[in-house]
Design a protein around this ligand. Structure first.
Ligand code: PLP
Length: 413
């Protein structure tokens, strides 16, 4: 007999919380992803996301690559493939990275679903509940989110205009052992800072003394607008560095393609961890990326992006000089997509965001980038790659005017 419970709408509701794993209490939605929803009105000039400029996506080249791959290698492209990744693309990456000093065999490269998956796999293979990881404060919000899910604790050291204050790592790890040190040496997200060679060398020296693993996350290294490339940490300490990069900022984030370079013994673990997650990164997408790389399109595209984003950065910096209150301070990024601004502490950038959105301009409040969530209240991250130069100037003008008004208000209290 069919009881009442079988009638839709009459069955008792399921209390899903009763079934959740304990670790889900550590999981939160990314503040940035939530904010993007808030700021996704078409008339808001958003400096919030880390989005590339969509008008420069090489759409026609993608279309041609898709057609070519399907026509000539469709049976391979649409089939399952090895977890380790598509060998011709790994060979391309090995050759391309060698120019920057990362000389590694293609076998020690693993293709991932974006660098975000690499961060998750790091958590999966290294972190037991309660383990510590060391990061700068602020640091990349996606790393905080990924490792919180594995119930990690965060030990942090400060960051200045030259990136992570690596001398502080020495003291910090002497007092509290960590599983690894997470570093963003080139054009830090969110701070826009670059770690000078001396700090990279000093970090390696500290890491060797304390037997630390270093995670070098480098999505932006190729997007340099001034100055000279600096040797990657990997090249200074290949025995203990795991290097991550991605096509997201140089080609397109929608293809979700990144990679890990890791010493052979640990590469095996990454492969096992990835098998359980998704078997492998999409064969089709890897073959398309490979086609685009092998034809020299990526190289050309990056050259173009350096010019376009460099100009946008200059417009943002000049507009801030022109329109912002003189009490504000900001970093001068040599590359990447972001700069980091600080305003007087009478302004809480999380509260102030509502006023900014009312003026049709948005940013990410600084607190989002602190594992403790209890810092950065007068800071904000501004992205300069996504909006056009005209919009950047207008958005910075609006934000500057709103900040000046707020400061004038707090002074008259
Ligand atoms: C420092 C850093 N690491 C990793 C990622 C994730 O990139 P992907 O799109 O490759 O997953 C980002 C994206 O913004 C990032 O800034």
């Amino acid at each position: 007999m069919i009881g009442e419970a079988a009638i839709p709408g009459m069955a008792p509701p399921v209390d899903w919380d009763l079934y959740l794993a304990g670790r889900t209490s550590q999981m939160e939605s990314s503040v940035i992803r939530e904010l993007l929803k808030l700021t996704a009105q078409p008339d808001v000039i958003s400096f919030a996301g880390g989005l590339p400029a969509p008008e420069f996506f090489p759409i026609r080249e993608f279309e041609e690559a898709c057609r070519y791959i399907l026509r000539h290698e469709g049976r391979v492209a649409l089939q399952y493939s090895p977890t380790e990744g598509y060998m011709p693309l790994k060979e391309y990456l090995a050759e391309a990275m060698a120019k920057y000093g990362i000389e590694e065999k293609p076998e020690n490269i693993l293709l991932t679903n974006g660098s975000q998956q690499a961060l998750d796999l790091l958590g999966k293979i290294f972190l037991d509940p309660g383990d510590y990881v060391l990061t700068s404060r602020p640091t990349y919000v996606g790393a905080i989110q990924a490792w919180r899910a594995y119930e990690a604790n965060f030990l942090t050291v400060p960051l200045d205009d030259d990136g992570m204050v690596v001398d502080e790592v020495d003291k910090a790890v002497a007092a509290q052992p960590v599983k690894f040190v997470y570093v963003l040496p080139n054009f830090h997200n969110p701070a826009g800072t670059t770690l000078p060679l001396e700090r990279r060398q000093r970090l390696v020296e500290i890491a060797r003394r304390h037997n630390l693993i270093i995670i070098e996350d480098d999505p932006y290294g190729e997007l340099r607008y001034e100055g000279e490339d600096i040797i990657p940490i990997w090249a200074l300490a290949p025995e203990r560095t795991i290097y991550l990069s991605t096509f997201s900022k140089t080609l397109a984030p929608g293809i979700r393609l990144g990679w890990i370079v890791a010493p052979q013994p640990i590469m095996r673990r990454f492969v096992q961890a990835k098998q359980g997650t998704d078997l492998h990164t999409g064969t089709f997408v890897q073959m398309i990326a490979n086609d685009i790389c092998q034809r020299g399109i990526l190289r050309q595209h990056v050259k173009r992006l350096r010019k376009v984003y460099g100009e946008r950065r200059d417009v943002m910096l000049a507009s801030m000089e022109r329109y912002w209150p003189e009490e504000a301070r900001w970093t001068h990024p040599q590359g990447g997509l972001f700069l980091w601004a600080r305003v007087p502490s009478s302004i809480d950038t999380a509260d102030f965001l509502k006023k900014a959105v009312a003026e049709k301009v948005a940013y990410v409040p600084g607190f989002a980038f602190y594992p403790s969530g209890d810092d950065g209240h007068n800071a904000m991250r501004l992205n300069f790659s996504n909006a056009t130069p005209e919009k950047i100037e207008e958005g910075i003008r609006r934000l500057g005017a709103a900040l000046k008004k707020e400061l004038a208000g707090s002074l008259s209290l």
